[in-house]
Design a protein around this ligand. Structure first.
Ligand SMILES: Cc1cc2nc3c(=O)[nH]c(=O)nc-3n(C[C@H](O)[C@H](O)[C@H](O)COP(=O)(O)O)c2cc1C
Length: 113
């Protein structure tokens, strides 16, 4: 049983990571395997509404979105961590999640909590 944890901060080992690490330890104490995946610092595009993903379940922009979808397929759950940027999640994590949901909502429906 594996849980994917997304660190949505541009800082790989910042506060978001520290919070996720506590969750990871808690999960592992319960026998649940968990991996923290960093969103990175490259720009993350938002959905361009091209509907190219409809048949493939993958985004036409073959970047972090498709890498994360592949990891999500192997996971029983997903935990998303983000710093607060102007009272909301970061733009990068919102862009990533909107594309992941649009490209393959079945994977995320099964794994998201
Ligand atoms: C662009 C930007 C906007 C921010 N907006 C808020 C905010 O609205 N409220 C808040 O409490 N902190 C805000 N912060 C502070 C971050 O949420 C805080 O430093 C966070 O712990 C950083 O997490 P990280 O170390 O994982 O990057 C903001 C930081 C940045 C860079």
């Amino acid at each position: 049983m594996k849980v994917m944890m997304i660190n949505g901060s541009p800082n790989e080992k910042g506060c978001t990571y520290t919070a996720l690490l506590q969750c990871k330890k808690g999960l592992e104490e319960m026998g649940v395997d968990a991996n923290i995946v960093h969103i990175g610092r490259e720009p993350v595009y938002s959905c361009s509404a091209c509907f190219g993903c409809e048949e493939t379940g993958r985004c036409v922009h073959d970047d972090i979105c498709n890498n994360m979808l592949a990891l999500a397929e192997q996971s029983v759950g997903i935990i998303v961590g983000s710093p607060v940027y102007f009272a909301g999640p970061t733009g990068a994590i919102c862009s990533l999640l909107e594309r992941m949901f649009f490209a393959n909502s079945d994977v995320l429906k099964a794994a998201m909590f």
